[in-house]
Design a protein around this ligand. Structure first.
Ligand code: NDP
Length: 249
């Protein structure tokens, strides 16, 4: 289905990004997977998954990294800005350094990744941008205002882009997962446990209980939604946010 296409998945060495990268590669795409830790990317590399070390908070690294990937594998036709950090802090406890770090990773990084990918994508006759936002991109997430703001911002970027290219063969959509079983959730379980003074089991239970199926979502479930947006039959879906959240409210 995706043979001959080149995809970029930021944060593609772990969690949701890795599941999306594998799903795209299984359909024949050549996928550039990026992250700061080259060794993590190399561990999961296959003939269809190509590691590229790139810190999305550094504009020059994104510009140069994507140029290298385009040189090696052709125009980017599928762009998945997925790299993100999810650290919860109340606003009074959020210093400017923290705020900037969240915005730089979740919003600036996605903006640079999309902009640099588009410069090759727009010269082709088909392209898909599938951003990984969050349920926190649609609603407030208690104790995580910076994260919530960054994920709302990402959806704004996607909606704006979808208007810019409406009617052209390029679509821009966002995925909005609830709690997915990845390293971010493991780190949050540890953080909630120490902040709230509860056991890690209890902290995990607090997350699970928000999903009405009473479980964490598998990264592969999110990947299936990404695959659908990149496959035939979803051309009319543009500027949308797809919740994969087990009814979390
Ligand atoms: P992971 O921690 O597994 O994934 C985050 C990825 O982002 C890692 O591969 C990490 O690689 C990369 N990354 C982080 N900072 C940077 C940076 N500065 N430059 C480049 N890459 C970076 O967790 P998830 O898979 O869960 O997270 C993926 C996305 O899904 C995130 O945007 C997150 O907000 C979103 N999400 C997750 C949910 C969940 O419950 N798990 C729910 C809703 C949304 P490295 O450290 O090597 O740089």
């Amino acid at each position: 289905m995706l043979s001959g296409t080149h995809a970029i998945v930021t944060g593609g060495g772990t969690g949701i990004g890795l599941a999306i990268a594998r799903a795209l590669a299984n359909q024949g795409a050549q996928v550039t997977i990026t992250g700061r830790r080259l060794e993590v990317l190399q561990e999961v590399a296959t003939p269809g998954l190509h590691p590229l070390a790139m810190d999305v908070t550094e504009e020059a690294q994104v510009t140069e990294g994507i140029a290298q990937a385009v040189e090696a594998r052709g125009p980017v036709q599928i762009c998945v800005p997925n790299a993100g950090i999810a650290e919860g802090r109340s606003v009074p406890k959020s210093d400017t350094e923290f705020w900037r770090r969240v915005m730089a990773t979740n919003l600036d990084g996605a903006f640079w990744t999309i902009r640099e990918s588009l410069s090759s994508m727009l010269g082709t006759d088909w392209g898909r941008v599938v951003a990984v936002s969050s349920i926190a991109g649609l609603r407030g997430l208690k104790g995580a205002s910076a994260y919530t703001a960054s994920k709302h911002g990402l959806i704004g970027l996607i909606r704006g882009l979808s208007e810019d290219y409406m009617g052209k063969p390029f679509t821009f959509n966002a995925l909005c997962p609830g709690y997915v079983d990845t390293p971010i959730v493991t780190r949050n379980v540890e953080a909630i446990s120490s902040r709230a003074g509860v056991s890690e089991d209890k902290a995990r239970e607090m997350m699970v209980s928000q999903n009405r199926h009473q479980r964490l979502i598998a990264p592969e479930e999110v990947a299936q939604a990404a695959l659908w947006l990149c496959g035939p039959g979803s051309e009319s879906v543009n500027g949308q946010c797809i919740e994969i959240a087990g009814g979390q409210v």
